[in-house]
Design a protein around this ligand. Structure first.
Ligand code: PMP
Length: 360
């Protein structure tokens, strides 16, 4: 830390992103990316003459991309916001819709680690609400409160999803609070709340192109809400970085929206692979949650979470381990291709066998 840092950031503990190692080629099952490449039309779009005009700024209104997203979700462009990854939108939302002790924020204790970081960053008081023992969210905990509500649905890293009527109950019970539903993983078996944004002017749905749409490296997120909420987000964007989506990403995103079938077919394959892998893990003695996301949340009584993570890493397979007490026995395993998951299962079988032999 330099002596120049603003004192309000001295104690801030930054978010730790998943590893992106470059020392060797891993089977990467640690940051919930899609194992499938972008569609051909996305590749064509970014390989077009767009590259030759990178000397020019991108369109700050993102008109064409917003129109495509609006079409996809049957909304109007004024109901759509786009930004540099959904992390950016979450950050803007904490800036726009939370305020120190005046407008606090509530989110589940076990959820996306960035929520508490944004709260700290912007000096917002927050309540990390404990989950039920089975990791499910208790809907009542989010009703009739005096705080902005932020919920990942499906939740991460548990993979558990609220039903749409449960989300609606929360939105309805907080008419004077903003409810942000983070739908990063919704395309893998969740129910989107996008359809409710016309009915409720306090609902903000945030999504990403990083998971189901194979564009994690392009950095693109979107939000759907009432036009006044969108205008607030635009205000924050225009007060920080109006050109925050580059030309290539604008084109890639638009092509990806137009190629919806390719991505939804990939989601089906990922769901099938998830179900297969979960069954195999259960056969190996694991407990798995009922994940509706593109990852599996699993633990075994035969091996600790950290030990399994370390032994898989040594075999060239990366998964995500969290040190938080309540989930330290688990690993979060991104669903890759069937072949990648087969390699994972073979490695786990070997590790458990070795451990058995050590103990006998
Ligand atoms: N929300 C959740 C729940 C996530 O897990 C992630 C990915 N780490 C994000 C938002 C952010 O995704 P991105 O910034 O890549 O759009």
């Amino acid at each position: 830390m330099s002596r120049f840092l603003n004192s309000k950031y001295c104690e801030l503990e930054a978010y730790t992103p998943g590893e992106q190692p470059t020392d060797m080629k891993y089977i990467k099952l640690n940051t919930n990316e899609s194992p499938y490449p972008p569609s051909q039309s996305v590749l064509d779009a970014v390989n077009s003459e767009a590259v030759s005009i990178l000397n020019l700024y991108s369109d700050p209104t993102c008109k064409s991309l917003k129109a495509a997203i609006a079409d996809l979700f049957s909304k109007r462009p004024e109901n759509v916001f786009v930004s540099n990854g959904s992390d950016d939108i979450l950050n803007f939302s904490f800036m726009a819709f939370c305020e120190s002790a005046k407008r606090k924020v509530r989110f589940p204790e076990i959820s996306y680690g960035f929520y508490s970081v944004y709260a700290e960053l912007h000096g917002v008081e927050y309540t990390a609400v404990p989950l039920n023992d089975d990791f499910s969210i208790n809907v009542k905990d989010y009703c009739h409160n005096d705080a902005t509500v932020v919920i990942a649905n499906p939740n991460a890293p548990t993979g558990l999803a609220l039903m749409l009527d449960e989300v609606e109950t929360i939105v309805k019970a907080n008419p004077d609070q903003l409810v942000l539903i983070d739908e990063a993983y919704v395309d893998f078996g969740g129910e989107s709340a996008c359809g409710l944004t016309e009915k409720y002017d306090n609902l903000l749905v945030v999504g990403t192109f990083s998971k189901s749409r194979s564009l994690a490296g392009a950095r693109l997120g979107y939000a759907i809400a009432n036009k006044d909420i969108i205008a607030d987000l635009e205000k924050i964007k225009y007060s920080t970085n109006p050109y925050n989506i580059n030309r290539l990403t604008l084109l890639a995103g638009e092509a990806a929206v137009r190629d919806n079938k390719y991505y939804m077919d990939n989601c089906k394959r990922i769901i099938e692979t998830r179900e297969y892998t979960q069954k195999e893990l259960v056969r190996l003695g694991f407990y798995v949650t009922d994940s509706k996301a593109n990852f599996i949340f699993a633990k075994s009584d035969d091996i600790g979470g950290e030990e399994l993570y370390t032994k898989l890493r040594a075999r060239g397979i990366l998964v995500r381990h969290f040190t938080k007490e309540k989930i330290k026995d688990f690993n979060r395993i991104t669903v890759g291709t069937r072949e990648q998951m087969q390699a994972l299962l073979d490695a786990i079988r070997e590790i458990l066998e070795e451990k058995k032999n050590e103990n006998s």
